[in-house]
Design a protein around this ligand. Structure first.
Ligand code: CAA
Length: 379
């Protein structure tokens, strides 16, 4: 077993860190306050190959492994989780789903621009009344011979307005439960697609979260992904990889807050010495560092399993539940280390604390991860 990163991995990590520090940090507070989508920064990420990291170069991607993706996600998320969620959805839900299960025609038409970052993707599963219970979809795709007719509403869609390509999960045969669900590639510009207002969120406020409505949208038959009825498995398999992305995002939020707390503890003096010299702070920093290292190892293990074609359903859920709970705890402690300064925007940790919360909710709540884990343990 080798815990050392390769030269290539270290280069990718550094490239992501440099990008985050130079391109994301300068405007991150303003984007959070104004709920501004980082359009220019996302374009740059695409040009650098960070939006199709694991896609084969044949389809316009960077051809990297999942370990590289975890490292890049951590670095970007240390500074700007609103940008990293866009990156995560595009890489692991949209590009991976299309490359793994799409037809050659679908890959040429849709994957290539997504992998190059010329078009952004979104994954449309959640509904007003179907979040964790993904089988209870109300959106329908009625089979009309040469096309499907799509009707319904999707909620909480990351990249909802900025995306050009949607992967939509819908019921074709509601009476068949999870076996009656299909996944479709839908273009945002098609007649009958409406983007709702942007959600005003607690955290990741720069990210582009919208409801999307479909009214009699004609989806060509060739835009269905996989065999008839494959949609639920498509969603579950895709989300297993997506959870590695969100676990890495949570890891990055935690390690970003920890690095700020560490730095502040060496600068701030109280009772005649730096606060890092007080055991109360030392123990907090020790616990933060330990939790973060454990979360990092879980993320890398899940990534390694994926790269080695092993079943990573269990490890990705373990990584996600642990890293997201670590993010919530570490960011709260980082605010505490900063005292009053932690509660104001200039010091960044209050934003990281707000951003951390969503990692316990999206791509399967902490409760859903525990369902997946306990099913794997109990059979
Ligand atoms: N891989 C392959 N197949 C899987 C699978 C997996 N990981 N998980 C389930 N399946 C299969 C099952 O084997 C079963 O197949 P058979 O009928 O052939 O046996 C079928 O799918 C149905 O499975 P379940 O009976 O286990 O399904 P369930 O209804 O009990 O649901 C659940 C289980 C784990 C709770 C699931 O509904 C789930 O993961 N929910 C959370 C959904 C979610 O993550 N939503 C996030 C939205 S996307 C998002 O947030 C993106 C964003 O914007 C950031």
């Amino acid at each position: 077993m080798n815990f050392q990163l390769s030269e290539e991995h270290l280069m990718i990590q550094k490239a992501a860190r440099d990008f985050a520090v130079h391109e994301l940090l300068p405007g991150v507070i303003a984007r959070d306050e104004q709920q501004k989508f980082p359009a220019e920064q996302v374009k740059q990420l695409g040009e650098l190959g960070f939006l199709g990291m694991m896609v084969s170069p044949t389809y316009g991607g960077a051809g990297l492994d999942t370990i590289s993706y975890v490292l890049a996600m951590e670095e970007i998320s240390k500074i700007d989780a609103s940008t990293s969620v866009c990156m995560s959805v595009n890489n692991s839900l949209v590009c991976w789903g299309l490359e793994t299960f799409g037809t050659e025609e679908q890959k040429q038409k849709y994957l290539v621009p997504l992998a190059k970052g010329e078009v952004i993707g979104a994954f449309l599963l959640s509904e007003p009344e179907a979040g964790s219970d993904a089988t209870s979809q109300r959106t329908t795709a009625e089979d009309k011979g040469d096309h499907y007719l799509l009707n319904g509403t999707k909620n909480w869609i990351t990249n909802g307005n900025s995306a050009g390509t949607y992967l939509v999960i819908a019921h074709t045969h509601p009476e068949k439960g999870s076996k009656g669900i299909n996944a479709f590639i839908v273009e945002k510009s098609w007649p009958g697609v409406t983007v709702g207002a942007k959600e005003n969120k607690l955290g990741i406020r720069g990210s582009d979260t919208h409801s999307i409505m479909f009214q009699d949208v004609k989806v060509p038959k060739e835009n269905r992904i996989g065999e008839d009825g494959f949609g639920f498995k498509f969603a579950m398999k895709t989300l297993a990889g997506g959870r590695i992305g969100i676990a890495s995002q949570a890891l990055g939020i935690a390690s970003g807050a920890y690095e700020l707390a560490l730095k502040y503890s060496r600068e701030r003096k109280a009772f005649g010495k730096e606060i890092s010299q007080h055991q109360a702070i030392q123990f907090k920093l020790a616990d933060m560092a330990t939790q973060i290292e454990a979360a990092r190892l879980l993320c890398l293990k899940a990534a390694w399993e994926k790269d080695n074609h092993l079943d990573y359903t269990l490890s990705s859920s373990m990584a996600k539940v642990f890293a997201s709970e670590t993010a919530m705890w570490v960011t709260t402690e980082a605010v505490q280390v900063h005292g009053g300064y932690g509660y104001v925007k200039e010091y960044h940790v209050e934003r990281l604390m707000r951003d951390a919360k969503i990692t316990q909710i999206y791509e399967g709540t902490s409760e859903v991860q525990r369902i997946v884990i306990s099913r794997a343990i109990l059979g």
